[in-house]
Design a protein around this ligand. Structure first.
Ligand code: HEC
Length: 160
């Protein structure tokens, strides 16, 4: 093989590796940023050191959870992570019809998908959202939400 061919082959392999690596991490999925975020209800606040989290969802989802129903398709649940009073990131979970089918069963979190949005509301492509699903899968009986109990006791004032 000539040097030129070896160099070209090496460049090709490198490019392929970078591309495959990028695919593993790039995690665009069906989750959307909730355009109606200002209409969502702030039902709980979590404070941890310099981090303040506001947990939001729709009134319809709150009504469903309080009455022991599963939340409607199209529901967004949002964790707004504030640091120093500014939005640092948005963690969003959204439920859609048959959205679980996009993942193998081992990874599936019902029909919920997860996404990390930056303050400018674009996706953080460096995140592998399998991690979100893996941790939240422990809450399968509670809409994959850790704060399901807070929604149940929410009475108009955000639970702390
Ligand atoms: C290691 C476990 C873990 C991982 C990984 C994780 N979460 Fe969570 N998530 C939690 C816990 C615990 C809460 C409850 C709030 C708190 O304690 O900060 C939570 C809360 C949330 C909420 C509010 C609804 C709820 O479940 O209470 C959303 C939305 C959310 N996470 C989305 C995400 C997204 C998106 C990712 C990935 C980018 C992610 N989470 C990764 C543990 C995790």
């Amino acid at each position: 093989m000539s040097r030129g061919i070896i160099a070209a082959a090496a460049a090709f392999i490198m490019a392929t590796t970078i591309f495959v690596g990028w695919q593993v991490h790039a995690e665009a999925n069906k989750t959307t940023f909730p355009e109606n975020i200002d209409e969502l209800v702030h039902y709980a606040t979590v404070r941890r050191g310099e981090v303040t989290e506001h947990l939001l969802t729709s009134q319809a989802a709150i009504d469903a959870i309080k009455s022991g129903q599963s939340v409607p398709l199209g529901t967004h649940v949002v964790l707004v992570d504030y640091r120093g009073g500014e939005v640092f990131r948005y963690f969003v979970m959204e439920k859609g019809e048959n959205w679980g089918a996009d993942f193998p069963e081992s990874r599936r979190t019902g029909d919920w998908q997860f996404q990390w949005f930056k303050p400018d509301r674009t996706i953080n492509l460096a995140e592998n959202t399998a991690r979100c699903q893996s941790c939240h899968s422990s809450r399968a009986d509670e809409e994959f939400m850790f704060s399901h109990g807070s929604v149940q006791s929410f009475n108009g004032t955000a639970i702390e």
